[in-house]
Design a protein around this ligand. Structure first.
Ligand code: HAM
Length: 439
């Protein structure tokens, strides 16, 4: 019987992995440019971390988290997001003790038991940043600038994107806003779905995230968080808006945006694609000024975002030239006869130690077939036949020009790079990392 992959968890096959690698490289380089350093928290945490950090009443914790007991009965969870993990690590390792801003980034898999659809999976991958230790709205602006810059870097045009922005205030503002929502939605309770009737008791803010069509009428006319901001939160938000204007970064104020996680305070935002349909958020984030304290650390504000790799790949693959068959080897070794086969492995080992990407015709194809595989996979074919070997030589064929030359094996192996032409641009090791469709 065939064993298949788990629903919502897919393989990233080699052809697609090339794009992932390039994206990851680009993302890491950009994060470093803004002063972020990588952190790699574990995939498994105590379930309690997310229940407290992300919030019991959120869909992520309430419905979507993979939770299981270990052999001692401790409840563990596959991480559904990384902000809570980063904050836990920040506290556990006393990173705040340095007294400086901590700027941390991550790239890796997250797990949510959601209904899989285009751009939504159960194992998905996020790239994200967290900046801990400053309340300055300039940092919110910098984080949003980084989000826009990342889209520019991978080549997505601004016109295809929009940034939704809102402020949901601080914990002092929250009770009045929550009460306003509770009393408003209580009056319209009959219109709400079953989940929202539960949310009304647990955390009425979460009703604003609901996607059920039946709730949209009531949500559209609900009280707006911006009307409940204290003086400080209002000033913070206004300063952020003026920074964004100075930076020339577009945004759309969206009073409905509260994001589906409880830790947010003040700024919340999502950068969305006009090309993705229902799952249009490429990335989302905001401020979380109470989370460090909530998880047992000293009061420390934070701001960050995370984006979905799969969604980025989806949008990008609509714009890139797919060229899965482009050669990725410098040399394909084609042995002829037993002597050739015996010598081939040694030649291959020497080539690789000299930094030459090389592979061997292992399948025993005819010379003609082997040469057509070589043409597809490599820049050069290296023929090792009895005639060549008898003279201590080899034949090197340039598969782009079709020209062949006979070379001394010893001379060639002493400095193979001197005899080899580079791979075409855009392929391994050079050129435009994101070749675009033309016309
Ligand atoms: P989030 O909005 O839950 O925020 O997720 C961020 C991004 O991850 C989404 O915008 C989306 O691109 C991607 N994503 C989420 N769920 C899925 C899924 N099931 N399949 C594919 N992609 C998905 C957070 O996770 C926060 N930790 C972000 C943050 C960091 N806020 C402050 N710092």
């Amino acid at each position: 019987m065939r064993v298949e992959s788990v629903r919502g968890m897919r393989d990233i096959l080699p052809e697609e992995a090339v794009l992932w690698q390039r994206l990851e490289e680009g993302i890491r380089a950009l994060f470093a440019l803004y002063g972020y350093k990588e952190i790699r928290p574990p995939l498994v945490e105590l379930a309690e971390l997310f229940a407290r950090g992300v919030g019991e009443a959120t869909d992520i914790v309430h419905k979507e988290m993979y939770v299981f007991p270990d052999k001692k009965g401790q409840m563990l969870a596959l991480r559904p997001e990384a902000t809570a993990s980063v904050v836990r690590a920040y506290i556990e390792h006393g990173l705040y003790a340095k007294g400086d801003l901590a700027k941390l980034y991550y790239i890796g898999p997250m797990f949510r038991y959601e209904k899989p659809q285009k751009g939504r999976q159960r194992q998905f991958h996020q790239y994200g940043v967290e900046a801990l230790g400053s309340l300055d709205p300039a940092l919110d602006a910098e984080v949003i600038d980084l989000a826009w810059h990342l889209m520019e870097r991978v080549g997505l045009a601004r016109e295809g994107l929009y940034l939704r922005l809102n402020s949901i205030g601080c914990r002092e503002d929250r009770p009045a806003f929550r009460e306003a929502l509770r009393s408003y939605f209580s009056a319209r309770k009959a219109e709400l779905c079953g989940d929202c009737q539960r949310r009304l008791e647990e955390n009425p803010l979460r009703i604003l995230d609901c996607k059920e069509p039946q709730c949209q009428g009531a949500i559209a006319e609900a009280p707006k968080s911006l009307d409940y901001l204290c003086q400080k939160c209002r000033a913070h938000f206004e300063e952020l808006l003026s920074f964004l204007q100075d930076l020339g970064l577009a945004y759309e104020l969206d009073p409905r945006l509260v994001r589906g996680i409880d830790y947010y305070t003040r700024t919340v935002f999502e950068l969305c694609s006009r090309e993705l349909g229902a799952q249009d958020a490429l990335l989302g984030g905001g401020r979380y000024d109470d989370l460090v304290e909530l998880l047992g650390g000293p009061p420390t504000p934070g701001v960050g975002f995370a984006g979905g790799m799969e969604r980025l790949v989806l949008v990008l693959s609509q714009h890139l030239t797919a060229n899965p068959d482009a050669p990725d080897l410098d040399v394909y070794v084609v042995p002829i006869g037993d002597e050739g086969r015996r010598k081939a492995l040694e030649v291959l080992a020497r080539l690789r130690r000299a930094g030459v990407a090389a592979d061997l015709e292992y399948v025993g194809r005819s010379l003609r077939k082997a040469m057509s595989v070589a043409a597809r996979r490599a820049r050069h074919a290296l023929l090792l036949g009895p005639d060549e070997l008898a003279q201590g030589a080899l034949t090197l064929k340039d598969l782009a020009s079709g020209e062949s030359q006979t070379l001394s094996l010893a001379e060639f192996l002493a400095d193979p790079r001197a005899f080899l032409s580079p791979l075409p641009s855009g392929e391994k090791g050079g050129g435009d990392p994101f070749p675009r469709k033309t016309g």
